[in-house]
Design a protein around this ligand. Sequence first.
Ligand code: SF4
Length: 238
Amino acid sequence: MSLLGNKDDLKVLVEKLNFKEKIERSKALTREAYEKYGEALVVANSLGKDSVAVWHLAKRVNPKIRGFIVTTRYKPKETIEFMKKEVKKYPELKVYKNVVAIPESLYRTDPDKCCDILKVVPVKRAIEDMKVKCWVTGLRCTEGRTRTDFKEVEERDEGLVKLNPILIWKEREVWQYLALYGVVVNPLYKEGYRSLGCAPCTKITSDDNERAGRWIGTSKCGGECGIHTKPLMDGDGI
Ligand code: SF4
């Protein structure tokens, strides 16, 4: 039976499947999608722990799989350094960045608009530029209040499928995978961050919610930048 068309109860699977079974399911989802979409399957790599796990997993399915990174002028220097090393290691990772002029401190006055310009727009450009029909993300349903209802396979935009192959993994299982497979991670995790983003909008917290340190003090607190919630094929790219 096709896993891409599954109607499984994901909340049950989060608790029921063990670590090995989750890895096998994630690989099978990615393999099936790659067989269907070929080169048009592309991994979105945000350089966070979930992304590097998905990237590693995808490369085990097929080393030819391509990816893209969206970076911004506000990424921490550690993330930029990490990005350079990853791109050197994997030249098939393309980097997209919107360098358009924006008001100073837009991240404070209107973070939704800032994310829209600096993150959503370059994702749209990557999808168009790389002729993506299926993009693969490291989204997980246990990550925070905004991520509980996503599916492993979604088609929010017509003609663009989003595959979330590690949707049912817990935070501990991501670290388990990274440790067991020796995957190098962004050094900022050593400082205590649990979710990484742009420097002005990311803090270290001891909150239970993994994404609690994102956009603290704004209406976006613990929320989303928009790439998982907004249309990506409305032709409104750079
Ligand atoms: S995370 Fe902050 S700085 Fe980065 S794009 Fe969004 S609002 Fe702007």
